[in-house]
Design a protein around this ligand. Structure first.
Ligand code: TUI
Length: 314
């Protein structure tokens, strides 16, 4: 179903900033929401009280709509859902699982729910649970990913459901947004480009790694565990791959992975840490404010749509 996602969410531009654990804090989220997009607070690294503090800090910085992401593999998921409802968060996105169990609670608290899905089957299941929209995320994305590409996934999800679909994975400029709309999407979610936003507090070494990355510089680790994670190829990714080749146990892999994202994001150790990034990093060239990023991408999108319509309506 095609919908005006700006109307549905109360935002100016159909651009949602993807949640990034340890990275999309109140500063980044406020900057995106104040610029007219939808900022999304990550909670994958927080417990309930940490989440409450960050939501309150965010409320001090913006009066625009925002969302909070629930990473469903988090050990603190129950507390986080509770805090989201208590704090009257307007919109929730979810990742790495199904929010079915929490839908009644969210609906009672007036929270709009927009899960990320990697497949048509998951999309159909979540629509049955009463979600408000879906984010169809292709394997081009950074972090925890499914197997299908954005190009193949988005139109299939659009045809399978009767809620608005937001496209994610491999989008970092106006061309990507236009492509998503051509596939039937009603909006886009973008992570990688916001990593290099001026208001993004990720370590400068992480930003430099994204800016330097080429098209072929990411890989997925964790394929053997059933939780593949897209990262920039580095010493950490090679060590992980070597362990996987030796059929290491889940415990050994977990041991290597534990704290790896924090190591890169907070300490700036981009060799031994996990530098999660989408495949589109090669297109991300410079640091800009969130307002510049959003307005530039939206301007390109509108221009492409106009040019294309003109060219083919004769
Ligand atoms: O959640 C993400 N991306 C993430 S979460 C994350 S934090 C993390 N850190 C270390 C290791 C692992 C994760 C980093 N990146 N994206 C949304 C997303 N959700 N992608 C795929 C899915 C998904 C997968 C399976 C959604 C539902 C689903 O359901 C399957 C099931 O069996 O429940």
């Amino acid at each position: 179903m095609y919908a005006d996602i700006c109307k549905v969410l109360g935002i100016k531009y159909p651009i949602i900033q993807g949640a990034m654990a340890w990275i999309s804090d109140a500063d980044l989220v406020a900057a995106v929401s104040n610029a007219g997009g939808l900022g999304v607070l990550a909670t994958g690294h927080l417990d309930g009280e940490g989440c409450r503090q960050e939501i309150r800090r965010l409320k001090e910085m913006t009066d625009k709509p925002y969302a909070v992401n629930v990473m469903l593999l988090s050990p603190f998921v129950e507390q986080i859902v509770e805090v989201i409802c208590e704090e009257k968060v307007p919109i929730v996105t979810t990742g790495a699982g199904s929010p079915g169990k929490y839908m009644k609670k969210f609906k009672e608290a007036g929270v709009k729910v927009i899960p990320v899905v990697p497949s048509v089957a998951m999309a159909k299941m979540m629509v049955k649970d009463g979600v408000d929209a879906l984010i169809a995320e292709g394997t081009e994305s950074g972090g925890h990913v499914g197997k299908t590409t954005t190009m193949a996934l988005v139109p299939q999800v659009v045809d399978a459901v009767d809620v608005p679909v937001i496209a994610a994975g491999g989008i970092a400029d106006g061309r990507g947004i236009a492509a998503a709309y051509m596939l039937g999407a009603s909006g886009v979610q973008i992570g990688t480009r916001f990593l290099v936003a001026k208001e993004c507090n990720v370590h400068p070494n992480y930003k430099a790694k994204i800016i330097k990355a080429k098209d072929i510089d990411t890989t997925t680790t964790g394929n053997s565990t059933g939780h593949p994670v897209r990262v920039i190829k580095n010493k950490m990714a090679r060590a992980y791959e070597a362990l996987e080749k030796k059929n290491a146990s889940a415990e050994e892999l977990e041991e290597l992975g534990r704290g790896a994202l924090k190591k890169a994001v907070v300490d700036g150790d981009v060799d031994n840490g996990s530098v999660m990034s989408g495949q589109i990093a090669g297109l991300v060239k410079k640091e800009q404010t969130c307002k510049e990023i959003i307005e530039e991408m939206y301007g390109e999108f509108i221009q492409i749509m106009k040019n294309t319509a003109e060219l083919y309506s004769k």
